[in-house]
Ligand binder design. Structure first.
Ligand code: TRP
Length: 369
C-alpha cells in the first residue's frame, strides 16, 4: 500500500549550489548533444517584458533555440487567476507577450519552437489531477516563492490555486517531457517540486524501473538579479524603473536620464559603496559584454552624465534589431499572434494527448479508448 503522505525522506530541500552545479553540467552538454534536450519555460501574461526578462531569461532561450534544442514556451494564463481578479487585460497581455517573444528572436514559425497557452491545452491540465496526489499539503504551504507572492500581493483571502499552481507548473513542464527549464532563482522551489513529482510518479506507477517522466533540470540564468534604474529595487514595470523591450530609442534615453547616480564625479565600480552607479555599469556590461570595471574606467571623469550616455547607447544598440523585427510584426500584429498561437496550441495538444495516454497506461487506466 502506498503511504498516504507522499512526502518521504527525499523531501529535504536541496541547496542552491546543488541546483547550480546541475545547471552548469548540463550547459556544457548542450553543445555536444542538443538533440537530447527539450526546453520548456514560460511566463504569466501580466504585461510587456523588460530588459530584466531579456537578460534573465529570453536571451538564454534564444541561444538554446539556436543550438537546435526544441523549445516550448507556455503562456501561463491560468496562473494569472491565482493572484488577481481582473481578466479583461489577459488577451492584450497575451498579444504583447507573443510580440516580445518574436521580437527577441524566438522563431515560432519553425518546426522546433512552440508557443502555446495553458487554457488551450486540455490534456496538459489533466496531468494536474494525478500529480496532486503525489504532493503533500505541507509541501505546498512551505513553498517560499508562493509565500512571498502572497505577501507581495497583500492577499488576505488566498485561493487554493495559489498553493497548487506549482503542481500545475509541473504539468506544464512534464506534459512535453521537458528536461531543461531556464528560470530565475525564484522558480527553483517549483523546479524542485517538479523533479519530485516526476520521480514519485515513476516510482509509484511505472513497473520494472521504467519511467514516463524525466527529472527536469533548472537552467539558472547568469544574471539572476537585475535591479531597476533606481538601483535599489528589482526591475519591474509597476515600479516604473524598467526599460521595456518595446520602448523606442527616445523613450529609453528619457528613462535612463531619470536614473539615480550619486554626487561623486569620477565613475568607479563599487557595488558596496555606490550601488546605483554599479547597477548602471552592470546593465551596460550586460549590453556590451565588457566588464563593469573596464566600462567605469572608460567613462572616468565624465561622471553620471557620461555613464548615462554610455548606457543609453549600449541599450539602444542592443535593442535595435529587436525594434526592427517588432516594427515588421506590428504591420499585421493580430494575424501574426493568432497564427503563432494556433500552431503552438495545436502542437502542444498533440504532445499532451500522447503523454496523457502514456500516463493512463502506467496508471492502469487506459480502458475505453
Ligand atoms: N511561474 C512562472 C512565473 O510566475 C511562470 C510559469 C508557468 C513557468 N509555468 C511555467 C515557468 C513552467 C517555467 C516553467 O513566472
Amino acid at each position: 500500500m502506498q503511504e498516504a503522505n507522499p512526502e518521504t525522506s527525499e523531501s529535504v530541500s536541496e541547496t542552491f549550489e546543488e541546483a547550480l552545479r546541475r545547471s552548469d553540467a548540463m550547459r556544457k552538454d548542450f553543445l555536444v548533444h542538443p538533440e537530447k534536450y527539450r526546453l520548456l519555460t514560460g511566463d504569466r501574461p501580466t504585461g510587456a517584458l523588460h530588459i530584466g526578462h531579456y537578460f534573465g531569461s529570453l536571451k538564454n532561450r534564444v541561444q538554446l533555440q539556436e543550438l537546435g534544442i526544441e523549445t516550448f514556451i507556455v503562456i501561463a494564463d491560468y496562473q494569472v487567476l491565482t493572484d488577481r481578479d481582473a481578466v479583461d487585460r489577459i488577451p492584450a497581455n497575451v498579444e504583447e507577450l507573443v510580440l516580445d517573444y518574436l521580437s527577441v528572436g524566438l522563431k515560432a514559425d519553425s518546426e522546433r519552437t512552440h508557443i502555446f497557452c495553458h487554457s488551450h491545452v486540455p490534456a496538459l491540465n489533466q496531468l494536474l489531477v494525478p500529480f496532486l496526489t503525489l504532493v503533500g499539503m505541507g509541501e505546498l504551504f512551505r513553498n517560499p516563492t508562493v509565500k512571498e507572492e502572497i505577501e507581495a500581493a497583500g492577499l488576505t483571502n488566498v485561493n487554493a490555486a495559489m498553493y497548487t499552481y506549482p503542481v500545475h507548473q509541473a504539468a506544464d513542464i512534464l506534459f512535453c517531457k521537458g528536461n531543461v527549464v531556464p528560470v530565475g532563482r525564484d522558480q527553483l522551489p517549483h523546479l524542485e517540486l517538479t523533479r519530485k513529482i516526476a520521480r514519485r510518479f515513476n516510482r509509484r506507477f511505472c513497473k520494472d524501473g521504467a519511467s514516463v517522466f524525466p527529472e527536469p533540470v533548472a537552467l539558472i540564468s547568469e544574471a539572476p538579479k537585475i535591479l531597476g534604474l533606481d538601483g535599489v529595487q528589482k526591475m519591474s514595470k509597476s515600479r516604473n524603473n524598467a526599460v521595456m523591450l518595446r520602448a523606442t530609442a527616445d523613450e529609453t534615453a528619457e528613462l535612463v536620464k531619470k536614473a539615480k547616480t550619486d554626487a561623486e564625479r569620477h565613475i568607479s565600480y563599487d557595488p558596496e559603496k555606490r550601488p546605483e552607479v554599479a547597477n548602471l555599469l552592470e546593465l551596460s556590461s550586460l549590453c556590451t559584454g565588457e566588464a563593469p570595471e573596464a566600462i567605469a574606467e572608460k567613462i572616468g571623469d565624465a561622471g553620471g552624465g557620461g555613464l548615462k550616455k554610455y548606457l543609453t547607447e549600449a541599450l539602444n544598440t542592443m535593442l535595435a534589431p529587436l525594434r526592427l523585427r517588432r516594427k515588421e510584426l506590428e504591420r499585421d500584429q493580430k494575424a501574426v499572434v493568432q497564427a503563432v498561437l494556433k500552431k503552438g496550441n495545436s502542437h502542444a495538444n498533440a504532445v499532451a494527448d500522447k503523454t496523457l495516454q502514456e500516463m493512463r497506461r502506467a496508471m492502469n487506466m487506459d480502458y475505453g479508448v
